[in-house]
Ligand binder design. Sequence first.
Ligand SMILES: [Zn+2]
Length: 135
Amino acid sequence: MGVPSGEIVARPMVARACGCLQEFQHYAVDKYRAQRLAKFQKTRCTVCVAKLVEEQRQAAAAIPKKGEAFQLLPTGTQVSMTRKPDGSWSGTLAGGGTSVEAVGDGPQGLSVTLARLWVTARGSRPAPRPAPKPG
Ligand SMILES: [Zn+2]
């Protein structure tokens, strides 16, 4: 893409993919203004990109590793897995009042997926809160 040159002749406020309004600069010489504008509208602003990257990093960090996920499952957790006609597996995991479902290529990977899903569904707080006594 050619680099725009010349004076900035207009600075309209344009909504970006994230919904933020940002100044889009119209250069005097810009063969690719339409393309630049389309790209501008299709992408997030730098602030939102940074936010998104940080959120994804935190989300990735919050997902427990294989061994950790199994450690976090409460006593009495039950897993059931079913092999389907197409060779894939579907499974459910229920423990501590939370149940999750997933599908996978094999029982091993699926059990890990289920354990991680369960932990994520519970909100990554491993310490079980003592149940409040009724009355
Ligand atoms: Zn934004």
